[in-house]
Design a protein around this ligand. Structure first.
Ligand code: ZN
Length: 74
């Protein structure tokens, strides 16, 4: 099952929502949260995105970075 089409009706795909990634989903988070990470390029258009372990780690890292920069800037 390596089909990676953008599906509008079925948000729950078992494949990571990050582009260029076809790992299995481990975590599901809201798209708004995921979009805060500039290191992730998301595919699909569902309200929720599924991330694999690796991409979730990237997401966590990049949002942490953003937060640190925010607090440093002010
Ligand atoms: Zn992934």
């Amino acid at each position: 099952m390596k089909h990676r089409e953008i599906s509008l009706s079925n948000e729950e795909s078992d494949v990571c929502s990050s582009q260029n990634c076809s790992n299995l989903v481990k975590r599901s988070i809201s798209r708004k949260r995921a979009e805060k990470s500039s290191d992730l390029s998301l595919s699909g258009s569902g309200r929720k995105v599924g991330l694999c372990t690796d991409c979730y780690r990237i997401f966590k890292k990049s949002t942490k970075k953003d937060r640190a920069m925010e607090s440093l800037g002010r």
